[in-house]
Design a protein around this ligand. Sequence first.
Ligand SMILES: [Fe+2]
Ligand SMILES: [Fe+2]
Length: 206
Amino acid sequence: MTASSDLDALLAFLPCATPKGWITAALSQQSLLLVDHANCEKKAAATAMSLLHRHTDQPELMNKMSRLAREELRHFEQVLSLMRKRDIDYIQVTASRYAGALHALVRKRDPERLVDTLLLGALIEARSCERFAAIAPHLDAELSKFYFSLLKSESRHFLDYLTLAKSIASVDEVDERLGLFRDCEKELIESEDQELRFHSGVPAAA
Ligand SMILES: [Fe+2]
Ligand SMILES: [Fe+2]
C-alpha cells in the first residue's frame, strides 16, 4: 500500500473530518496543543504496554504492541525536544473528554474487552493521523515537517490495531462495535467542547 492509499483508507474509516473551527483554534494555541500532544503520545504507549501485559498468550499482539509502544515513546521524545527548543513549559493539562467517553463504551470482559480496545485503538490512531494531516499545512516549517513525518507511523498503527481486531472478532461483531464507536466519535468531534485539546470537539464560542 502507498502512503496516500493508507491515508485514504484511514479517512474512509473515520465518521467525519475535523471541523475548520478546531483547526483555527488549534493554530492560535500551539503551545497548549504540543503539551497535550506529548500527553497523547505517552498515553498511546501506555495503552500498548497494558495490552502487552494482559495478553501474554498472543505473540503477534505482543510483538506489534511492543513496537508500537517504542514508536509512541520516540514520538514523545520528539515532542519534548520541540517543546524545549521553543521554551514551552510542560504544564499540567487535563485530559480531553474524548478518550474517556470512548473508553466508557468498552465491554468489561475479555475477549470482548480486547476486541473493543483494539477497535478503539484503530479509531483513535486514525483520528490522530487525520488531525496531523489537517493541521500540518498551516504550521511553521519545522512543526509542519514533524507532523507530516508522523503520518506514516500513525497510519500503520491504525492498520495494526484494525488487523488485530479483525483477527479475533467476526465481521459482524467488528461492524456492530465500530458502528457504535463511530457514532460516539462523530458526536465528540462535531459537538461543542469547552477545552481545546488534540482530540477535542468544536471550540465553544468565547
Ligand atoms: Fe504517536
Ligand atoms: Fe500512534
